[in-house]
Design a protein around this ligand. Sequence first.
Ligand SMILES: [Zn+2]
Length: 135
Amino acid sequence: MADGRSTPAADKPQRSLPIGRGLRGRCPCCGEGPLFDGFLSLRRHCAQCGLDYGFADAGDGPAVFVILIGGCIVVFAALIAEVLYRPPYWVHAALWLPLILIVTLVPLRLIKGLLIALQFHHQAAEGGLDRRRDA
Ligand SMILES: [Zn+2]
C-alpha cells in the first residue's frame, strides 16, 4: 500500500487453491501430513509442519453436498429405470441400495478434506457480531 500500511492478506504470499491437498486428505498448509485420523475424524495437528487443525470445522457442509449430489444421482437413475424398464421392486432395492452407499461414502471424505482445505486457504471462521460502538 502507498501509505506503508498493509493488510494481513497482503502480507501473505499468494498461493494457489489447495484443492488437490484437500481431495487427497493432506494438510492444507504443507500438503504432506495426513489430515484424517480414521475415516472422517481429524488429527489434532499436522505431523509434518505442525499446523494446528483446531480451525478446521466443516460442519454439515460435506453431508449437505453428499445428500444433494448423491440424492440427485440416485433419484434420477431410479426414475429413468422405472420409466424405461418398470423393473420389480427387488431390482430397485438391489440396484439403488449399493449405489446409495457408493455415492455417499466415497465422496464424503473427499468433500470434507476439500472444504477444510478451502477453509484454511480463505481463513474462514464462524461468523460473529461486530460490537463496535462508533456513535
Ligand atoms: Zn502440514
